[in-house]
Design a binder for this molecule. Structure first.
Ligand code: GAR
Length: 197
């Protein structure tokens, strides 16, 4: 059974899809703790599923490194097999990435390497592309630049707003994330190998 720590910053709908998947006894992963860099709305899902939480507020630390060290200590306290960044909107310091890699994955609302960064949906709309996508990647020390675990295309529809497009992407993202964690747990995807290719 793969143990997961999931980090969020917002509503946590991707997190919820993992919590729902893990209700099935056959699903080979369990969320052991949920962390955030702020008082995230998604903690409501933690409460609903009885999962412990921790908050490491960015603004409570003198710099990114000190914040990262505190976050890492919290994560490591749970001894997870895999850490999932699921709408976690802060860049991790390099030493945190190094400590957790390659067992550190991130979901992103674009077909990477297209539209990396904090505004993947907005940037795809602004570019006027007919399709964008969703990706799950291994985190490396760049911005959304790590090896692809899974990704799928999502069409952009005429009249889409950032909100409608993001909602359509998230439907796909949730499926990708649940499948990616399943594939990692059963060995179909090997993160060590992905990270070295
Ligand atoms: C997701 O679309 C995720 O890919 C995105 O934030 C959303 C979180 O939704 N993350 C990024 O853009 C990271 N660069 P959720 O809180 O409802 O799961």
């Amino acid at each position: 059974m793969l143990s997961l720590v999931v980090l969020i910053s917002g509503g946590g709908s991707n997190l919820r899809s993992l919590l729902e998947a893990a209700e099935d006894a056959q699903y080979p992963a369990r969320v052991v703790a949920i962390g955030a860099d702020r008082d995230a709305d998604g903690f409501a899902h933690a409460e609903a599923f009885g999962i412990p939480t921790f908050t490491v507020p960015f603004t409570s630390y003198p710099n990114r490194e000190a914040w990262g060290d505190a976050l890492l200590a919290q994560i490591q306290g749970w001894q997870p097999d895999l850490v999932v960044l699921s709408g976690f909107m802060r860049l991790l310091p390099a030493r945190v990435v190094r400590a957790l890699a390659p067992n550190l994955i991130n979901t992103h609302p674009a077909f990477l390497p297209e539209f990396p960064g904090a505004h993947g949906v907005r940037d795809a709309l602004a570019a006027g592309v007919p399709q964008t996508g969703a990706s799950v990647i291994v985190v490396d020390d760049g911005v959304d630049s790590g090896p692809i675990v899974a990704q799928r295309r999502v069409p952009v529809r005429p009249g889409d707003s950032e909100h409608t497009l993001h909602d359509r992407i998230k439907l796909v993202e949730r499926q990708l994330l649940v499948q990616a964690v399943l594939d990692i747990a059963n060995g179909t995807v090997n993160l060590e190998e992905l990270a070295t290719t």
